[in-house]
Structure formats: structure tokens, C-alpha cells
Ligand binder design. Sequence first.
Ligand SMILES: O=C[C@H](O)[C@H](O)[C@H](O)COP(=O)(O)O
Length: 233
Amino acid sequence: MSDAIGRYKQQAAAWAVEAFFRPGMVVGLGTGSTAAFAVRRLAELRAEGRLLDVRGVPTSVETEALARSLGVPLTTLEEQPVLDVTIDGADEVAPDLSLIKGGGGALLREKIVAQASRRVVIVVDAGKLSPKLGTRWALPVEVLPFGWRSQALFLESLGARVTQRQRADGEPFLTDQGNLVLDCAFGPIDDPEMLAARLGTRAGVVGHGLFLSLTTDLVVAGPDGVEHRARQD
Ligand SMILES: O=C[C@H](O)[C@H](O)[C@H](O)COP(=O)(O)O
């Protein structure tokens, strides 16, 4: 990550925390390098004596560890099934604020947390903006290990070039749920709703990175500063 991109991610995340987190809220804590800046900003505000009673629901083991290390109080969706607001990153953002997520493999928990949130604030650097989902990023699809090659063939039949995600040591990448991720290069996706519907009916596919109609607010940082866009319903 270049210094400038890191700075934009940090600016977007910090702006969102200050704009959207309020005392007493229960908040979703996203996963990835941009969402981590939000957790760090929350910890900084706590160190200043602000937002001390805000509790977070982490979207991954990684975010849980970060929040714990910074002393951010945590809760669970079992205890708090409705969240006030979630701040999370994204890999690709279309003009209608639909997203591809899952570059870090946290797509399933991220979607569960987003669906449980009254407000979903996505924080990105301007390089994530895209004219159409799939133009810049392959779609991550989380599949059960059982029968995963059948899912790979199914995804190819939908037009994807499929790559099983691997760790740096060459072993299969496993999600926090112990599932595999198949990265599906579709190219620009003309009808994301139709694709999401087809993926949703396939046994063995437990999640996918298309986040449609979930974003309520987008915070983008780039060379021209920070911009906030609210979804137009
Ligand atoms: O699974 C990971 C998430 O969807 C991330 O929010 C996404 O990959 C963006 O990550 P980053 O902020 O590191 O670019």
C-alpha cells in the first residue's frame, strides 16, 4: 500500500468514526486495513475520554484481536442483534453504492453484521471507485470444503475464471468459519442482482462478496479530501 493510499484510508475511517459513532451506540467493526483505522480512531477517542460506552461487534477474529488489544469493549450479535451503525471497508464500490467485499476473507461475518445494522458506512480510498462491479476485483465466494470442486465448476458455468484462494505458504486459505474462498473473475458484472440470486440458491455456497442495497453511506478519501455520499432511496 502506498503512503498516499494509507493516508486516504485513515482519513476516510477517522472521518466516519467522528461523524457516525455517538455515545451509547453498539457498532459493527469491519475488517481490513481501512476498517482497522476506524478501530484505532475509536481507541484514540476513548483515550481522550470520549465514546467510552460504545461497544463493538467485530466482523472477524482479526478485528476482535485488534479491538481487544486496544481496549475497545466488545459484545456479540447474540447479545445485541440490532446494531446502530457499522463502519467497514470495501474492495470495489459502484456508483449505486453496491460493493464487492471479501478481499480479507471476512465477507460472511461482514454481511451478517451489515444486515443487522441500521446504518452501514463504507470507508474507502478513491481508488476503490468503479464504474461497474467486477471491473477491478474478482468476486470472492465462500464455499464449504465438502464438494468444493463442484462449486468451482458451477461458478465457471456462470462465466467466472475461478481461483482457489491460498495463503502465503501455499496452503488453502480458510475463513473464520473454516470454509474455502474461490475468487471468481467475472469481468464487469451486468446484473449483480441476478448473479447474487443464482449464488444464493446453490447449496455449498455459504456466502459471496456482492453487497447489494446494504450501504447507507459512503465516505471516500482522495487527493481532493474527504467526501460523504448518502444513498439516494
Ligand atoms: O474481507 C475483507 C473485507 O471485505 C475488507 O473490508 C475489504 O477487503 C477491504 O480491505 P482494505 O480496507 O484492506 O482495502
